[in-house]
Design a protein around this ligand. Structure first.
Ligand SMILES: Cc1cc2nc3c(=O)[nH]c(=O)nc-3n(C[C@H](O)[C@H](O)[C@H](O)COP(=O)(O)OP(=O)(O)OC[C@H]3O[C@@H](n4cnc5c(N)ncnc54)[C@H](O)[C@@H]3O)c2cc1C
Length: 454
């Protein structure tokens, strides 16, 4: 079986989701080719991976610099079309962009079946069976699978040798400059800035006061009941926006005079309607269904898609999208240069009244954290830091690429307070942070702070 594995090198290392995809490929076949798009200096890392027994092609050309997800998928698709394959494996997402768009877009561009979120893969002659968190799915080949981080990449044998990495530039691929690199990117970052959003006035208390404080907040929440945050209506408004799924409707309503409700139906139907009615803006809910189908739609319509937006704005003509960027220190304002302008929008999930979220700083105290959550009747959740350590499942992740929650009481234990985390807890009525570092940014976003170890 011929397997292609799409691999992104990030700061000299293989993206962990791609490492899982590569290991999976190596368990399934002896005919594995790594396909990596990046700057020429990544050749060394790609070359080291060939010691595991895979061939490697590095797609590198100055023309491809600055590619967004659509432009990246265009280039990778052009390369894949030149190669024989039965199966393509991609990591679910890269850890720097975290959009989870490229693999899905590729499947649409290449025209093969798509299976997402694979925990494990077994193969027969003409088919693959994928185990996901929802169950098992079987598909005929050729297929593209996006992989979770379940496989651990093996170490090379001490007797192994590197193989020559084949370099492909645009003289080989012949991509139009309108479809790759900065010029071919359908989204553009207009501005990055430090944001004050979500900041609160923190009152510091001691650990001894934690339980009395929780009791007091519980009493207050009984008195006030649930407060639903209404979306602030924008003064400048777009004439018409499509909202795919009900969750995103209030966000569309806040920026548009007319909102067309699009049911969550097969994406082909939405695409047919979009081809006929040519909407200016399509907003999708940033859940698993929305992220996958929006990526398919973006590839089919060759239009820009901004992922996981936390705020929308308009001047009456164009849509402007905000999301945390650069490791969470700043917020980026982004626009789509193509039509329809598309975005997946973070909407609130139903959450428990009280959430205890653990971070990397609570990793060695998971049992204590669980007992604490049980004692106060809270749901346990996690930062990506803790999820990345495999201490909690992805389904428990709160943040830009996890869930957005609005509980009555949110207790962050051992969480530093990266913007990608705090952007998802803005709707909480009260936030308590426990962290021994007095300079941890989480205290800027908390109502109560405890500067102590948990
Ligand atoms: C595109 C993208 C998307 C992302 N999406 C998300 C997301 O959805 N959700 C998310 O959370 N992050 C996300 N991140 C990652 C985010 O930037 C941070 O890296 C992450 O939130 C850090 O997790 P953390 O706070 O648990 O760990 P750290 O930043 O390592 O913080 C650990 C904290 O624990 C404290 N500590 C240490 N010991 C103790 C102790 N005994 N008791 C209490 N505290 C202690 C430390 O002082 C420190 O402040 C994303 C990043 C990117 C680039």
């Amino acid at each position: 079986m011929k397997i292609l594995v799409c691999v992104k090198i990030i700061q000299g290392e293989i993206n962990p989701f791609d490492a899982s995809a590569l290991e999976c490929a190596l368990t399934l076949s002896e005919d594995v080719t790594i396909l990596s798009m990046g700057a020429e200096h990544t050749k060394e890392t790609v070359s080291a991976l060939t010691r595991l027994g895979a061939k490697a092609i590095l797609i590198t050309d100055k023309l491809y610099a600055g590619s967004d997800t659509l432009a990246t998928a265009n280039v990778l698709a052009a390369a894949i079309k030149k190669l024989p394959f039965d199966l393509i494996l991609c990591g679910r997402q890269s850890i720097d962009g975290s959009t989870a768009q490229v693999g899905v877009m590729l499947s649409q561009m290449i025209g093969c079946s798509l299976l997402t979120g694979a925990l494990s893969v077994t193969a027969e002659k003409d088919a693959v069976t994928v185990r996901t968190r929802e169950g098992q799915v079987r598909s005929a080949l050729p297929a593209l699978i996006t992989m979770e981080k379940e496989y651990r990449l093996r170490f090379p044998s001490i007797f192994s040798r590197t193989q020559e990495v084949i370099l492909w530039d645009n003289t080989v691929l012949g991509c139009s400059p309108d479809h790759c690199g900065l010029r071919g990117s359908a989204t553009r970052v207009l501005q990055t800035f430090e944001s004050e959003r979500g900041k609160r006035n923190c009152q510091f208390v001691s650990m001894d006061n934690l339980f009395p404080l929780i009791e007091q907040l519980k009493k207050e929440m009984k008195r006030t009941g649930r407060v639903w945050e209404e979306k602030e209506q924008s003064s400048q408004r777009l004439p018409c926006v499509w909202a795919v799924g009900e969750d995103v409707f209030p966000y569309a309503k806040a920026i548009a005079d007319q909102v067309v409700r699009i049911p969550k139906e097969p994406v082909e139907k939405i695409l047919q309607r979009a081809a006929a009615e040519k909407p200016e803006v399509i907003l999708w809910n940033s859940d698993a269904w929305g992220r996958i189908n929006a990526s398919i739609a973006a590839a089919a319509l060759q239009t820009g898609l901004c992922a996981d937006c936390t705020q929308l704005e308009t001047d009456g003509r164009k849509l402007y999208i905000y999301r945390p960027a650069l490791g969470g220190r700043v917020t980026a304002k982004i626009e789509c240069l193509t039509r329809p302008q598309m975005a997946t929008v973070r909407t609130k999930s139903d959450s428990a009244d009280i959430i205890v979220a653990g971070g990397r700083g609570a990793a060695s105290e998971i049992d204590k954290l669980q007992d604490f959550a049980k004692k106060i009747g809270a749901q346990l959740a996690a930062s990506r830091g803790l999820v990345d350590m495999d201490q909690m499942p992805y389904s428990a992740q709160i943040g830009l690429t996890g869930k957005t929650v609005s509980p009555k009481i949110y207790i962050a234990v051992g969480i530093s307070g990266a913007v990608q985390h705090v952007c998802a807890i803005e709707g909480a009525q009260s936030i308590i942070a426990v962290n021994p570092d007095p300079n941890a940014p989480i205290f800027d976003y908390a109502d109560y702070g405890i500067i102590e170890k948990f």
